[in-house]
Ligand binder design. Sequence first.
Ligand code: BGC
Ligand code: NOJ
Length: 811
Amino acid sequence: MRFGHFDDKRREYVINTPKTPYPWINYLGTQEFFSLISNTAGGYSFYKDARLRRITRFRYNDIPVDSNGRYFYINDGGEIWSPGFKPVQNKLDFYECRHGLGYTIITGRKNDIEAQVTFFVPINANCEIQRLKLKNVGSKNKKFNVYSFIEWCLWDANDDDRNFQRNFSTGEVEIEGSTLYHKTEYRERRNHFAFYHVNADIRGFDTDRDTFLGQFNGLNNPDAVTRNKSFNSVADGWSPIASHNVEVVLAAGEEKELIFILGYCENPADKKFMPDGSLNKAPAHELIERFNTTEKADKAFAELNDYWSSLLTQFHIDSPDDKLNRMVNIWNQYQCMVTFNMSRSASYFESGVGRGMGFRDSNQDLLGFVHQIPTRARERILDLAATQLEDGGAYHQYQPLTKKGNNAIGGNFSDDPLWLIISVAAYIKETGDFDILKENVPFDNNEKLAAPLFEHLRRSFYHVINNLGPHGLPLIGRADWNDCLNLNCFSTEPGESFQTTTNTEGKVAESVLVGGMFVYAGPDFVELCRRMGYNDEAKKAQQYIDKMEEAVLKYGYDGEWFLRAYDSFGKKVGSKECEEGKIFLEPQGMCVMAGIGVKTGEAKKALDSVKKYLDTKYGCVLLTPAYTKYSPALGEISSYPPGYKENAGIFCHINPWIMAAEATIGRGDRAFELYKKIAPAYIEDISEIHKLEPYVYSQMVAGKDAKLFGQAKNSWLTGTAAWNFVAISQFILGIKPDYDGLKIDPCIPSDMKEYTVTRHFRNADYVITVKNPNGVCKGVKEVTIDGKKAESNILPVFADGKKHTATVVLG
Ligand code: BGC
Ligand code: NOJ
């Protein structure tokens, strides 16, 4: 069952009921000001950092779910309704929500009034614009009142949610005509404030929540709205809000637009106040002036659309498969931008206060984003590297506002350092910017410890070599990619979380996955050594890689698949000898992508085992059989009930590794079959089972052991976005940036006859048509570029700002 449809032409998903199985959300903002918005206008806004600069308040896990947002009320002669259905929840004559790229349009109609709100965050501006178009679609004149509503968050969302003894006394606002200012905590060292403006005269306002609502009411029936009279309340402590009241008169057929602006501003420390002690509102006035007419808002909206059109021309496919086109051309790339911006900080599953920018996460997010805006990828790499520790290890995350690393969710993850090599290599392959390796970057955010980025990669590489276990495999540390496989943690005190009990003494548990990753990432380090002229170093590094490959094959292979790990007692994990968790997905993907056992048959066997044991109709589960009991020797993984999350959930992030691995051994039919199983556009028809947004990937879909098999959780912020883009664009469609050009090496389903990819690469446009006359999966027979036969399947770097046409024939 569907709850809407794709409108590919407008690059939108159109939802036609407010009653989606869960709030289906979108993100507004591309740079510093961001908003989350659900299909009923729920959600919140923040500046840069969802924890430290939360602008509006949102209650996670609220009842009913998703009950706070930017809301409009219409009081039409006592009949009260909201264009987005919530919060009033009166039946509408028409409802529609269109989630587009960086904007959302919600339309509601009742009793001949049509209210359409377009929400977006303009390019280069710290505000959310809400254009409310009101139209009288009937034949009689209409006079009614519109009320706006937002609730301010007192900036630090974590504190806002718990420190009430203080917070109820700090709230401060100012009112100036139609602009309602929020300046809580401004009097102390802070210099930021927010405002909510409407470009019309107002009949009244409210800024004190409890006055606006009345003693016993919720947001569905605030006193101000039901009595049709704002109280002009001025908040003094408690919970400041902003609500305007605008009277609207419309003749039959007439249409009017109100433009609301929710803005964030900063003043220099010495210009915070005016001589009379009031807020210096100049930056707000400027921002309002930029967007406060229909013409200006039209222009800003057009700019946003142009921005996306231009970003999406970087990679574009034309194929006979509409679903493939819509994933590749629109939604997967869009999600890659969102994950790049948010990392794992703020979604409807990530509260914005727990996790900032993950080291592992952001390095991976970059893989799906680097072609869109390479300069931003460059900046991100340098920020991430600056949080690396001197020994090559890394803080597991950093706070976006301060860019300082922390280990709020633990440290000593053994895979973290290697992701930096992988992301830097991807960036250089995209751009040819080898100079980034010479950039001086601090360790541990300490300028005194700065060293060239290349040195960071060297420390990453040797962090693995300096931490090998008894089988010559990398020590797993607290965990590797799988946060929940905590093999060194075998002492949980009652009342203590297993997350904090990592054993630091006998930590000998080893990870086959990180062994595979080392072999996957290592060759790029070797190549970069060569390009820097460090040939001896390259040779030495290659020897370590060869040795690791041997160790993985010797101690990390279990006969039919790759083992997962050795625990701290030296026992195998992910082996046929185990009672549960006999086979894991991650090492099969990573080791085969690394090329381990490809020539000698182990790789193929491992992928056959994936198909035999781990595959389901909704994608591959992370392990089988699921763990049925909690075991301190395994850690958090066994804390989940069977079929959920890391305990045998369908972890979408790893599915593309298997696609890439299948492509590595040439099985294009299987790679594409797996792609279609988890790509949201292909499973739109089972939205009632899947539950979450059919236009973006979720982190996890409940596995075959779960009661709710097929149900997704954690939509939006997941490495699934980047890895699926890598799998489809590079491994399946075969358009692979390389150090010296664009390598074309498709591995497609045999019945895919032809497709054309337009790829912007290093200041030239490549129009690449792949033809498959003989129905093969892999193997480039002939390449022509600009009408001439090419010597290899690596298209040269033209960098001439021109268009170049290539034809690639498989066979
Ligand atoms: C989740 C992981 C997540 C981790 C972050 C765990 O509970 O299962 O998916 O990465 O928390 O701390
Ligand atoms: C989600 C985390 O964001 C990611 O870093 C991790 O690799 C997976 N969970 C698996 O545990």
